[in-house]
Ligand binder design. Structure first.
Ligand code: SF4
Length: 315
């Protein structure tokens, strides 16, 4: 647990792991997503997918890494990097093309890790074998979009998978010894504080390594945007979201590093994001509240390993 923050920040996790600061170099590959092809996509999915800051996907992998590395090296004086396959569903590619990108990224100077963002229903042995082939050289993290453990909400949001596929993917990735990151949204319409707690508990029980929490934003030209503008959905208040975050962290295993707490989206791309506040102001507000009330990550992490037996004094 960080000495200064009431949660375990990803930056500290990376420093502990690599002995110095490490930054992600985002890669935008020419890839799509099966949920967008086979259906309408997740109801919140923007036209650009999830990589608002990425370079054009026609720019070769090496050039994208080079451009981003120069920028980040100058700004943060970092020398170790993570090649981050960020946008859409990065294992939804023909095997040989996926292999080519993975090998190019693994061979780029300074790359210590490859992080591949994908969907739980796009994990298979063949793709994991390709990642395994470079794992002597670089660490591997698989980032899975789950969003919530409430499978009713997953259906409502047209995710195209439920909780079962997530559990299956986690087991598959763990068999290869890779790290896992999970993306979640704590304020999806239909979810309550109970779902938030259960999400923290399941990620903790499944020993996920890092978590990225996103506050729901409503991107223009999405199904969710239409529902929002027609008044068919309501969003929780800012205070409710901050409370959900604090509770989520309290239930989360303190060993899980937290990479993100709020979404960061350009205003021009959304009709709603972060209640009109900047993410860093929201973060300051969260930290103030948590510190004042003595709240911290893992404060309520006491429910695994036979909690009732411990409570009864049998073990
Ligand atoms: S899984 Fe990601 S890329 Fe695919 S539709 Fe959902 S949000 Fe969009």
């Amino acid at each position: 647990m960080s000495q200064e923050l009431p949660y375990y920040p990803y930056s500290e996790y990376l420093k502990n792991k690599y002995g110095e600061k490490v930054y992600k170099l985002p890669l935008n590959l020419p890839v799509d997503c099966p949920n967008r092809i086979n259906g309408r996509g997740c109801s919140f999915c923007a036209e650009s997918g999830t990589g608002f800051e990425a370079l054009d996907n026609q720019v070769p992998v090496r050039e994208q890494l080079e451009k981003n590395r120069i920028h980040i090296e100058r700004r943060y004086h970092a020398h170790k990097f993570i090649a981050y396959f960020q946008n859409y569903t990065n294992t939804f590619l023909p095997l040989e093309i996926f292999e080519k990108y993975v090998k190019e990224a693994a061979g780029y100077p300074g790359i210590v890790e490859i992080a591949v963002s994908t969907r739980p229903d796009c994990i298979s042995r063949e793709y994991l074998d390709i990642l395994k082939s470079v794992s002597q050289k670089v660490c591997i993290t698989v980032e899975l979009g789950l969003q919530t453990v409430n499978y009713h909400t997953l259906i409502q949001m047209n995710r195209g998978h439920t909780l079962a596929e997530f559990i299956d993917a986690v087991f598959a990735v763990k068999r290869y010894g890779f790290e896992l990151c999970t993306h979640i949204i704590l304020n999806l319409p239909g979810d309550s504080l109970t779902d938030v707690i259960e999400t923290a508990k399941i990620l903790s029980a499944m020993k996920i390594r890092t978590v990225k929490a996103h506050s729901l934003y409503i991107a223009k030209n999405t199904a969710l945007c239409e529902s929002y503008e027609k008044g068919r959905i309501s969003l929780c208040s800012k205070d409710e979201y901050l409370e959900r975050l604090a509770v989520f962290l309290e239930y989360l295993d303190p060993q899980i590093a937290v990479e993100r707490l709020f979404s960061r989206v350009p205003e021009k791309d959304s009709v709603f994001c972060n209640w009109g506040c900047s993410w860093w102001k929201l973060r300051d507000e969260l930290l103030d509240t948590m510190r004042k009330c003595g709240r911290y990550q893992g404060r309520r992490f006491d429910y695994l390993g036979g909690a009732a037996l411990k409570n009864a004094g049998f073990i």
